[in-house]
Ligand binder design. Structure first.
Ligand code: AMP
Ligand code: ZN
Length: 468
């Protein structure tokens, strides 16, 4: 079966092949850096991480560009309220974003361009659109895109032009969704007092770009006029991505992106996440409650990306168990010592590999892929319990899981350089017990526990493992 993705543009699953053999170029709408990312944002970023990783697993080279939206109504409002410069204000949230994605093991994109560093490129596109008659300047100096100049307007969100005209009278310069209306939209906003000292002096006037043009300029700069995949959350489909298409295709005359993929939203305990409902969480807030990053990662990637994800704390407890089972399975394979092959593992491994690829080839069906892997774990554990797994078969199982884990990345952190220190402490505890110094033995156990090392005294000696 071929690799297929659901294309929002055609509303169907399509076979995927990149423009350039073996090289996938994808653009991902990044965070608006006016606050720390919430778990909904991170759900979408994790979908994009899995997409990138699975394409890599399939042997493609992936160039992923993710922008940082540092110019928009919210970042400007924020810096003015705090009386700091725009760059000082957004830097804190840019740093926070990178900390969060590292915590959740989201692989870094190839480039993270900021809007503030690409205003020249935006101005160039706006000038081109003005020349073509696809944009016009209003009295106050703002520049709007004329949607009636673009026949394809509405093709992504499947809206009709007649429906779009309804809001055309409310020609506001704001890029807040509720104010933007379904009308011509701002490419450039001329300077206004509320912008404070956030403005650029450019050939098209003093002002700042609208949000949509930022993504057109940065995607085409790094990926070319036509690239393979454009992603985001479903809220981006309209107006953001519809407008990106109009601007880019209106300017170049070429198809902008071949495949449009969107993640459904995350909701919390069955309800839309919102500050007023008291169910709004940043990653930091969940970590403060004591949950492990791997459990959060597992919960956020285990639902199909096109299904709404209901985040619950019970679900998070369940995810913790799942991650533990996965890691325990890998840890326990090290105990296998038999030299005689049971003869069944090879077939189980092959079947799991085929099923894994089949699940993910089918529009990145992660819940199915996890089903495959947990069945695999169950089947191998059965062999192991019957003493039908040899050391070399266990090694082949480990290699297979390592391949799957290049997509999941749910393996707990192993820092082998610390192993000798831990073992020295375990020996010190054994010595303390031998000399009946129970207090010292307990102290050592507590110290290790504080470092996330769990000791287990077995008839075969003291074993240790890392907590998640
Ligand atoms: P923003 O920082 O608002 O520009 O959003 C960054 C990314 O998060 C975009 O791809 C949005 O579509 C996505 N997003 C926003 N809210 C949610 C949510 N509740 N669930 C999933 N993704 C979301
Ligand atoms: Zn965007």
């Amino acid at each position: 079966m071929a690799l297929k993705f659901f294309n929002t543009m055609t509303r169907s699953k399509e076979a995927f092949a990149p423009i350039e053999d073996n090289h996938v170029r994808m653009y991902t709408c990044g965070p608006t850096v006016y606050n720390f990312a919430h778990i909904g944002n991170l759900r979408t970023f994790l979908f994009e991480d899995i997409l990138n990783r699975y394409l890599t697993y399939k042997g493609f080279k992936v160039t992923q560009v993710m922008n940082l939206t540092d110019i928009d109504d919210k970042t400007i409002k924020g810096c003015i309220a705090e009386q700091v410069s725009l760059s000082d204000y957004t830097q804190k949230y840019k740093d926070g974003f990178f900390e969060d994605i590292d915590t959740l093991k989201i692989k870094r994109a190839s480039v993270y361009p900021s809007a503030t560093e690409h205003v020249d490129e935006m101005v160039e596109i706006i000038q081109g659109l003005l020349e073509k008659g696809a944009a016009y300047k209003t009295k106050d100096g703002s520049i709007y895109y004329k949607i009636s100049s673009f026949d394809g307007y509405g093709k992504l969100s499947h809206m009709k032009m007649d429906e779009l005209r309804v809001g055309a009278s409310e020609r506001t310069a704001s890029d807040e969704y509720e104010k933007e209306q379904v009308s011509d939209f701002a490419l450039w906003k001329s300077w206004d007092e509320v912008d404070g000292d956030v403005f650029w002096e450019t050939p098209i006037g003093k002002g700042r770009p609208g949000w949509h043009i930022e993504c057109s300029a940065m995607s085409m700069k790094y990926l070319g006029e036509t690239f393979d995949i454009h992603t985001g959350g479903v809220d981006n489909i309209f107006p953001h991505h519809e407008n990106e298409i109009a601007q880019s295709e209106g300017y170049t005359g070429n198809t902008f992106a071949n495949m449009w993929m969107h993640a459904a939203h995350l909701i919390v305990e069955g309800k839309k996440m919102s500050k007023s409902a008291g169910n709004f969480y940043t990653l930091r807030e969940i970590l403060e409650k004591g949950y492990a990053p791997l459990a959060i990662r597992f919960l956020l990637i285990s639902t199909h990306y096109r299904m709404p994800l209901n985040f619950t704390f019970d679900g998070l407890d369940g995810a913790k168990e799942g991650v533990k089972r996965y890691n325990d399975f890998i840890d326990n394979l090290a105990d296998v010592s038999s030299e005689i092959d049971g003869g069944e593992a090879g077939g189980i491994i092959e079947k799991a590999k085929v099923n894994f690829v089949e699940a993910l080839d089918d529009d990145l069906n992660m819940s199915e892929a996890f089903g495959v892997v947990f069945n695999f774990i169950r089947d191998i554990n059965r062999l192991k319990a019957k003493d039908k797994l040899s050391k070399s078969e266990a090694t082949a199982v480990l290699e297979t899981i390592a391949g799957f884990d290049s997509v999941f990345d749910l393996r707990k952190k192993e820092d082998a350089s610390l192993d000798s220190d831990i073992e020295a402490m375990i020996q010190a505890r054994i010595d303390a017990r031998d000399s009946k110094n129970w207090a010292e033995a307990d102290r050592i156990r507590d110290e290790l526990q504080a470092q996330g090392i769990i000791l287990e005294d077995t008839p075969g000696g003291t074993k240790w493992k890392r907590e998640l």
